[in-house]
Design a protein around this ligand. Structure first.
Ligand code: NAD
Ligand code: GDD
Length: 330
């Protein structure tokens, strides 16, 4: 069989943004990869050796896809989106039900198949809202998680599930690894439709606008975030998965900017002068930044690329999507 002597990996959520990129990275490393998702990747053909379309809320499906030995299992499937999806409150029940069910099913299936350990993608959205009220000085140190008070049901589900993965470590001797991702961006991410996050939304709006045109921004634009480029995210993910450290640990950038600054950088990349129009919208926390002290200590790693360099690649890709959509509509 083609897998002989090759390491093997299972990527759940392989039709999504991070999962799709992870499949490519693992293929470059020489893995035999099975990808699983509700859908194929929307922007490129999958590079997975085996791609199974199906629903991870179905326990039997989870048993079927774990029917062989995997050296690495990455659980990235979730019902998720940016502020426009998770902070409106309209999807709370589905987000909690769908993502928790996936995690419950996959852990059970993997534990019963004697999978050594799984990687789980939690989120910075699990941090307490009260520590993220000062946009200049948010606290997202890992040990600030409790007493828990996330500002979204999405964050509560992440907190529940990260505890679940660690409980399986304690009770079943698994070696699960938990990362708390901070706003990941890059080409081939969702860029329209309501689930897109700020970097993609801003790139799209700037690409669609004319020079000296208007860009709508939710809120006053002084809210802060940090954004991590996809390649850096994969590096942190893989290093954690192969380490002896279980986490939870931040995987993010410490290059914090306001959303107004994000718009300025993208406009500069596009070579356009933009007028900002601040409008009401879902905002989330007032400030957020990764705290990379723990990952530095445990894994000796920190991101190396600047926000601007990641945005240059992302803008180029989104601008192409905007152009080809405009051509198709003409
Ligand atoms: P994504 O939405 O692009 O990918 C998630 C994938 O999961 C989608 O392709 C979706 O179809 C799939 N999925 C959802 N429900 C499923 C089901 N029932 N069965 C099978 N597949 C299902 O999101 P992403 O940005 O690639 O994020 C990957 C993971 O990282 C998620 O767990 C997300 O919560 C977490 N995360 C992402 C970010 C970020 O900024 N992108 C930040 C924090 C945490
Ligand atoms: N999405 C989006 N679209 N956000 C905008 C826009 C816009 O057009 N204009 C301004 N913003 C503001 C939002 O109001 C929010 O204050 C900030 O930009 C960041 O929004 P997002 O990037 O959508 O989400 P987030 O940073 O609040 O949360 C994201 O990161 C988490 C991890 O750090 C989400 O992707 C979560 O799912 C993720 O877990």
């Amino acid at each position: 069989m083609a897998t002989k002597n090759k390491p093997t990996a299972l990527v759940c959520g392989a039709g999504g943004f991070i999962g799709g990129h992870l499949v490519k990275r693992l293929k470059r490393e020489g893995f035999w990869v099975r990808g699983v998702d509700l859908k194929f990747p929307p922007f490129t053909d999958t590079e997975a050796d085996d791609f199974v379309v199906g629903d991870l809320r179905d326990q039997n499906f989870c048993k079927q896809i774990t029917d062989r030995k995997f050296d690495e299992v990455y659980q990235l499937a979730a019902d998720m989106g940016g502020a426009g999806y998770i902070f409106t409150g309209e999807h709370d029940a589905d987000v909690m039900h769908n993502s928790a069910t996936i995690n419950l099913n996959m852990l059970d299936a993997c534990q019963k198949r004697n999978v050594r350990g799984m990687f789980y993608s939690s989120s910075a959205c699990m941090y307490p809202e009260h520590n993220q009220k000062d946009p200049d000085n948010p606290n997202c140190a890992e040990d600030s998680a409790y007493p828990a008070a996330p500002d979204s049901e999405y964050g509560w589900e992440k907190l529940f599930s990260e505890r679940l993965y660690l409980a399986y470590n304690r009770n079943y001797g698994m070696r699960n690894r938990v990362a708390r991702y901070h706003n990941i961006f890059g080409p081939e991410g969702t860029w329209e439709g309501g689930k897109e996050k700020a970097p993609a939304a801003v790139c799209r709006k700037v690409a669609q606008a004319s020079n000296h045109g208007e860009v709508e921004i939710w809120g006053d634009g002084t809210q802060t975030r940090s954004f991590l480029y996809i390649d850096e995210c994969l590096e942190g993910t893989i290093r954690l998965t192969r380490s002896d450290f279980e986490g939870p640990v931040n995987v993010g950038s410490e290059e914090m900017v306001t959303i107004n600054q994000l718009v300025d950088i993208v406009a500069d990349i596009a070579g356009k002068k933009m007028n900002k129009k601040h409008i009401p919208g879902p905002l989330g926390v007032r400030g957020r930044n990764s705290d990379n002290r723990l990952i530095g200590q445990k894994l000796g790693w920190k991101p190396s690329a600047t926000l601007r360099s990641g945005l240059e690649k992302t803008y180029e890709w989104i601008e192409r999507q905007v152009r080809s959509n405009t051509r198709a509509a003409a």
